[in-house]
Ligand binder design. Sequence first.
Ligand SMILES: Cc1cc2nc3c(=O)[nH]c(=O)nc-3n(C[C@H](O)[C@H](O)[C@H](O)COP(=O)(O)OP(=O)(O)OC[C@H]3O[C@@H](n4cnc5c(N)ncnc54)[C@H](O)[C@@H]3O)c2cc1C
Ligand SMILES: NC(=O)c1ccc[n+]([C@@H]2O[C@H](COP(=O)([O-])OP(=O)(O)OC[C@H]3O[C@@H](n4cnc5c(N)ncnc54)[C@H](OP(=O)(O)O)[C@@H]3O)[C@@H](O)[C@H]2O)c1
Ligand code: SF4
Ligand code: SF4
Length: 499
Amino acid sequence: MAYAITQTCCTDASCIAVCPVNCIHPAPGEPDFGTTDVLYVDPRTCIDCGACADACPVDAVKPADTLTGPDAVYAERGARYYADRDPNPAWTEPRIPRSLPPGTPAPRVAIVGTGPAACYTAQELLRCADAEVTMIDRLPVAGGLVRFGVAPDHVGTRGIGESFAALLRHPRVRTHLGVEVGTDVTHADLVRHHHAVVYAVGAAAPRPLGVPGADLPGSLPATRFVAWYNDHPEAPANLVDLTGVRRAVVVGNGNVALDVARLLAVDPDSLAGTGIAAHALDALRAGGPREVVVLGRRGPGQAAYTWPELHALKHLPGVRLVVADSPETRAALARADPADPTDHAALLHDVPIEPVDFGSAPPPGRRIVLSFSCAPVEVRGLGRVSSVRTTTGDIDAQLLVSAIGYRGTPLPDLPFDEATGTVPHDRGRVEAAPGTYVVGWIKRGPSGGIGANRLCAQETADSLLTDASAGRLPTPPGSARDFRRLVRGGAPRPMAGAR
Ligand SMILES: Cc1cc2nc3c(=O)[nH]c(=O)nc-3n(C[C@H](O)[C@H](O)[C@H](O)COP(=O)(O)OP(=O)(O)OC[C@H]3O[C@@H](n4cnc5c(N)ncnc54)[C@H](O)[C@@H]3O)c2cc1C
Ligand SMILES: NC(=O)c1ccc[n+]([C@@H]2O[C@H](COP(=O)([O-])OP(=O)(O)OC[C@H]3O[C@@H](n4cnc5c(N)ncnc54)[C@H](OP(=O)(O)O)[C@@H]3O)[C@@H](O)[C@H]2O)c1
Ligand code: SF4
Ligand code: SF4
C-alpha cells in the first residue's frame, strides 16, 4: 500500500529529494508546483519505503491504509491526480546549489528575522558555503509566524518549528532575540559588521478595512486576533472580550479567515492541550460565539482559501458548515463542475445552502456560515460592535475580525514599494543597497505557505553567493565580536535566548 500526503503539507518539497522512485509531484519546475495545495504520491509507483514520511517536517505523509475519516480522501485525491499522468515521468533537473570558488572568504551574513524565510536562507548559506550567520529577531521567541501565526490546532505544521530551532543551535549561527533592527541596532550597524545583510522581516501589518466603525471596540484585524490566541508577547490577555458575543463576523475568504472562524466556532475543549494561549481558551470557554459568519466580497469561485482547509472545516466536530443562500451564490454553485479540480466553487458541492436570518439570534448549536458576494460597509454599535452593515443587508453581530490580508512596512534605509508593501529587488538582491537582500513575505508580498519560502530563500541565497563569488560584497570594517559587544551594550531589552 502506498503513502499519501495529507492536510498539513506546506509544499516545501523536502520529500521529493528523498524519494528513490520519483513518485512525488508536482516537483519544483513542473507546471502545478507553486499553485498546488498539497503534493501527491503516485500510488502506482510508490515502493512504500517511508523515506518521505521521515523527511517531512510537518508529519503530512502517512501510509494510505492508515488514513481514516476525513483524511481518507487524501489517498483518493492522490490516485485521481495521477489518473491521466505517465507512471514514469522524467526526473526534474536536479538543482545544483551554488558554492563559492576555492579561496573566496567565507561571508559573514546578518539575517533579520527568525521565521521560515530567515531559517531556509540560513540553511542554504550554511550548506553551500562556510558562511557564518547572525540571526536577529525583535521578539524574545524565535519562529516568526510558525510560532505566532500558524493556528494552535495545526499541531503538525507547528512541528516545523523544531527543525528551525535546531538550526539556531548550529555552531556557525549566533542568535540575538529581543533585538529590533531600526530601534536597537541600525542597518548601518549590520553593514559595518557583516559582508551581507538579508531582511526576512515578513509582513506583519494588517491591510486596513477602511469602513466607518472599524475601530470600535469589538472590531479588530486578524493580525491582532491571531496574536492574541497565539500568546504573542505584544498581545495583552484582555485584548479580546468575548462576553455576550453570540455571533461573530470574519471578513475575508483566505486561509487566515478560516483559521479564525474555526477557532471561534469549535468546542473550546477540543483546543485544550494545543498551543492556544490559556487566556484565549478561558475566554472561549466563558463566552465564545455560537455562529461565525465568513464574508467573501466575491463569489465562491474566487475564494482564496485552499481545499485542505475548507475540507477540514466541513468535518469540524460539532460545527455545521452552511452557505448563506443568495441568488448570485446559488447561480455560481449551480454552474460549478465537481469533476473540474480547478473549479473552486465546486469545493462547496456537498455543503448545504440555506437562508440565514442575520437579524435574529443564531439558532442552537454551533455553525459557520459562508456568505459570498457580501462586503462590509459599516461597523455599528454604541461603545462596541453590535451590528455590521453589508452590501447585502445588516448582520446582528458582537465581534468583527477583519482577515483581509497582511502588509509589509517600510524598513529604515531601504527602498519600499507602497503599492505592494514590499522591498523592490532583483532575485532577492536590493540593488539600491549593495550587499543587502530580501527574502520571504517582505520580498514577495504576504502570500504563500511555509514551503513557498524555501524556493524563495534558495533564490536569494543564490544571488548572495553569486555576489560573494564575484567579489561584489563590501568588506566590513567591524568583526563578529564587535557586533556582539554592540548588541550587548546597545540593546535596552533583555537578551532572552541570545547565545
Ligand atoms: C495567521 C497565519 C497562519 C498561517 N498558517 C500557515 C499554515 O498553517 N501553514 C503554512 O504553510 N503557512 C501558514 N502561514 C503562512 C506562513 O506563516 C508564511 O508563509 C511565513 O511565515 C512567511 O515567512 P517570513 O519569514 O517571510 O515572515 P515571518 O514568519 O512573519 O517572520 C518574520 C520575522 O521577522 C521578525 N522581524 C520583523 N521586523 C523585525 C525587525 N525590524 N528587527 C528584527 N526582527 C524583525 C519578526 O519578529 C518575525 O519573527 C500562515 C500565515 C498566517 C499569517
Ligand atoms: N495552510 C494554512 O493553513 C494557512 C493558514 C493561514 C494562512 N496561510 C497562507 O498565508 C497567506 C495569507 O493568507 P490570508 O488569508 O491573510 O490572505 P489571502 O489568502 O490573500 O486572503 C485575503 C482575503 O481577503 C479578501 N480581501 C482583501 N481585501 C478585502 C477587503 N477590502 N474587503 C473584503 N475582503 C477583502 C480577499 O478577497 P479578494 O480575493 O477579493 O481580494 C481574500 O479573500 C496565504 O497564502 C495563505 O494560504 C496558510
Ligand atoms: S514511500 Fe518511498 S517510494 Fe513512496 S513516495 Fe515515499 S519516498 Fe517515494
Ligand atoms: S510538507 Fe514538504 S515534505 Fe511534507 S509532504 Fe509536503 S512537500 Fe513533502
